[in-house]
Design a protein around this ligand. Sequence first.
Ligand code: NAG
Ligand code: NAG
Ligand code: NAG
Ligand code: NAG
Ligand code: NAG
Ligand code: NAG
Ligand code: NAG
Ligand code: CA
Length: 596
Amino acid sequence: MAMSTDLSQMRNSHRNVPIILLLTAGLAIALANGQDARSPGKPHIIIIMADDMGFDDVSFRGSNNFLTPNIDALAYSGVILNNLYTAAMCTPSRAALLTGKYPINTGMQHYVIVNNQPWGLPQQEKTMAEIFRENGYYTSLLGKWHLGMSQRNFTPTQRGFDHHLGYLGAYVDYYDQTYQQNGKNYARGHDFRLNLNVTHDQVGHYVTDVLSDAAVELIEQHSGSNSSQPLFLLLSHLAPHAANADDPMQAPAEELAKFEYIRNETHRYYAAMVSRLDRSVGRVIDALARQQMLQDSIVLFLSDNGGPTVGEHSSTASNYPLRGQKNSPWEGGLRSSAAIWSTEFERLGTVWKQQTYIGDLLPTLAAAAGIAPDPDLKLDGMNLWSALKYGYESLEREIVHNIDMDPSAPYLAYTRGKWKVVNGTTNAALFDGWLGERVTREVDPRSANYEELIRNTSVWQHLQLLMGSQNERNITSLRQQAQIECPEPPGATKPCLPLLAPCLFDIDADPCERNNLYEDYRNTTIFLDLLQRIEQFASQAHAPNNMPEDPDCDPRFYHNEWTWWQDEQASGAAIMWSVKRLNPLLVVFVGFWWIL
Ligand SMILES: *[C@@H]1O[C@H](CO)[C@@H](O)[C@H](O)[C@H]1NC(C)=O
Ligand SMILES: *[C@@H]1O[C@H](CO)[C@@H](O)[C@H](O)[C@H]1NC(C)=O
Ligand SMILES: *[C@@H]1O[C@H](CO)[C@@H](O)[C@H](O)[C@H]1NC(C)=O
Ligand SMILES: *[C@@H]1O[C@H](CO)[C@@H](O)[C@H](O)[C@H]1NC(C)=O
Ligand SMILES: *[C@@H]1O[C@H](CO)[C@@H](O)[C@H](O)[C@H]1NC(C)=O
Ligand SMILES: *[C@@H]1O[C@H](CO)[C@@H](O)[C@H](O)[C@H]1NC(C)=O
Ligand SMILES: *[C@@H]1O[C@H](CO)[C@@H](O)[C@H](O)[C@H]1NC(C)=O
Ligand SMILES: [Ca+2]
């Protein structure tokens, strides 16, 4: 069962009282000033999501290794979400985004959906796309889905999206859009569709560009005859996720040429993949501006989880200076580099330190559109719209990052306010270190004129135009504020070995999780309260939906396409499929019988 965590039900409620007063006061002042006079509109919602991008792989945090001028221009013009938490992997993160619930409450908490496994986001879960569609939005998903495809009913156009161009599984080749299942003898399958139809038109074209082109085209179409309909666009990029194991790093030659100063080839490709993603952000914002839609849009950029520095799909991503990486309980797996922009925000050009959860985006963006989600949905996400709009950061909240009770490697990560509890870990603790670095020996030549580069972007210029009387931004200062400081904790630090005992961190003072306070706090009410709360969530968790592999998914049975194989089998067209599975002698026999 889902747990509701709206403000009124949160523990420590004494801390919330002044906050609510503050919010109410802020609202009253804003109303008195007439700033809120126009009726609540339905802004276009544009979410651009990177896949597996590291925390330090945007340059607005200070890295000059390779620059992301468009993302940075969006960040400095809007609000940098310095404490946005996602899940640590693709499937749970996307489930939390689209349902507004913790993965433990939808059964999406363990690992990801591997393409050959017959499971998906449960049908009874209502998605953000459904909610926006019911409220008059045209809803489009461009790119990755990864919430189930073994049945047609799991796929995006059956889950609230009017439109989908992209792939259903975990990732594809950047050029031919195929997926090869690791360690299996399946045929290499193509995975790219327009709505329910397979499309091969994109073969040979770089996916980041295919998706950007589609976004630009959609925005152009949308601004014409149907401009009165608000647009909900989730541009769910492949970049900079690694592609198939036989050719994981892929980028256009012209993009690579910008990064010749990076000697490590893998890292050079990674920089180019991120850079092409950055270009996509610029193209989308340009298109919105050209079509006069930008002033009515909320634009959000985020990564679905931390970058994989080592292990599967590792790409040289860096979550510096945070601990851990993708698929781990540490901040490096959970904190996203994210920024949001809207003319509605009172305090554009700021770094927002409020803790936010990816599941907050559903109720928060819904509130921006005047939509009140049905309370029966029992969302875990909180509506932070007023806080975001007026720039308050004092809401104390809890976040259940994960409680994965899988016996192979049980672990949990939970935060309330400044306290974070970790118990157990993933991958035999191989992802538990401080894995990413900030490369300073190789510097993007454009960083010599960094501020001018940012101010020269069309993104900066479009967004500045719409800012009205707001003060001139101090880019240097914002870039410093977005940097995570990890001072050496005072005194001797105690290490955390989460396979041996639980760990407790003061994440405000120690965002790099270096000093384990468990021994000092283990008998205190603070810690025992946290454990009790975790136990409550654990006892009410939805059983994981994971299913073992089903070899019937093999693309060789379906013209080398990844498809909803369970439906295909159920339909008559599957006769040949079942024949193929019999042994060759039987096939001959059946063939002979057919001739007779
Ligand atoms: C999908 O394929 C069907 C059947 O071939 C066709 O009628 C339909 O127009 C196609 N839809 C798109 C969006 O291409
Ligand atoms: C806009 O309307 C046209 C038909 O006039 C339709 O084909 C198209 O899908 C619509 N696009 C959006 C984004 O609503
Ligand atoms: C590039 O960097 C990665 C990650 O640090 C490393 O594993 C790889 O060996 C390096 N490649 C070369 C050619 O040095
Ligand atoms: C920590 O995890 C271990 C292994 O799952 C478990 O036995 C132990 O009870 C947990 N400790 C707490 C305090 O939850
Ligand atoms: C910024 O744009 C101006 C005018 O086009 C150009 O002269 C200058 O070189 C650009 N600066 C950077 C750092 O790109
Ligand atoms: C911008 O901020 C930096 C760092 O805080 C400061 O040194 C500089 O004086 C500021 N520049 C302006 C124009 O205010
Ligand atoms: C907490 O309790 C345990 C066992 O009850 C005891 O061994 C330990 O010394 C106590 N720790 C502190 C910091 O009081
Ligand atoms: Ca991911």
